[in-house]
Design a binder for this molecule. Structure first.
Ligand SMILES: [Fe+2]
Length: 297
């Protein structure tokens, strides 16, 4: 097609997209070109802005490596990760779900821990946290033998892979649910943390006068054949950034009952006050147990 007017470019590109043989790729590419061209007209993108946009995409890739994923960080900061999650869980976005964002810090092969054990692997100053969890199916029946992988930031807001002070795999562990679907562990109370702001995402936040914080949360990835892998985060309702999460991850279903205790712990003599507890029920949906690709090693 010889282009005569700017409108013709869209028609020409769409005609080519329509020739994609795979029907799903065709659907995605046709819609992408429609929306992308529509967006460019909508904002009347200038040539300088287009060059800047291309440079930003290049930088997103260049800043991503084995320990940092700027692309996922950007997707989260634009609300895209949360939208994809909510659209594909809870009966295709129609009901409440325990699914949440994977985030950029899940690692494969976290060490196995016995139920009731500790995931603190190097001295990590902070208040003790005791977590009890139960994994159930849609009908509320226990899911026994599920693998529960948990990870969280330290009391100063760093995951172990970001922090030379912490041992490898500190505050990470993998549990198996018992016959009643339960698991339990001891850790230290995490805090909210700022996402890395030294890249493109940081410039976006500055341009929008946004704070970079995520409210304190506990990550879990729960797997058992016959169920969709449950990727969840449970948030601390006392966190000051609960309703302004920079990654748009907080939903009502994921606000946990973290409790601060100012009385002595009933059984553990070494626990100073205050200490914290979290009791949470994780609901799995039926489906295929496919693990996501780890965003970092
Ligand atoms: Fe996180």
């Amino acid at each position: 097609m010889i282009i005569e007017r700017q409108e013709d470019v869209t028609a020409a590109a769409l005609a080519v997209m329509e020739r994609t043989s795979d029907p799903r790729i065709r659907q995605i590419m046709v819609s992408l070109v429609k929306h992308l061209h529509g967006f460019i007209r909508d904002v009347h993108l200038t040539e300088a802005e287009f060059r800047e946009a291309a440079a930003i995409l290049v930088e997103l890739g260049q800043r991503s490596n084995d320990t940092h994923n700027e692309v996922i960080l950007m997707a989260g900061s634009l609300g895209v990760s949360s939208l994809v999650c909510l659209l594909n869980n809870g009966d295709q976005g129609n009901t409440e779900t325990d699914h949440s964002l994977l985030g950029p810090f899940w690692r494969l092969n976290s060490p196995r821990v016995e139920n009731g054990g500790s995931i603190v692997r190097s001295e990590t100053p902070g208040a003790a946290l005791f977590v009890t969890g139960r994994v159930v199916d849609k009908a509320g029946a226990p899911v026994a033998g599920a693998e529960v992988d948990v990870w969280h930031a330290s009391p100063v807001g760093f995951y172990e892979n970001q922090d030379p002070e912490q041992a490898d795999m500190n505050l990470r562990g993998k549990f198996s649910t018992d016959a009643d679907g339960r698991f339990a562990f001891r850790s230290v109370m995490m805090t909210g943390y700022p996402i890395p702001t030294d890249g493109v995402v940081g410039r976006l936040l500055t341009a929008q006068s946004r704070h970079p914080y995520r409210p304190a949360h506990l990550h879990a990835l729960i797997a058992k054949p016959g169920f969709k892998v449950l990727i969840s985060q449970v948030y601390d309702p006392a966190d000051p950034h609960l309703d302004s999460d920079v990654q748009f991850g907080v939903t009502k279903a994921l606000i946990g009952n973290f409790v601060r205790h100012d009385e002595p712990h009933p059984s553990e003599a070494d626990v100073a006050t205050p200490w914290y507890s979290l009791d949470h029920i994780y609901r799995m949906e039926a489906g295929e147990a496919v693990l996501p690709r780890p965003p970092i090693r």
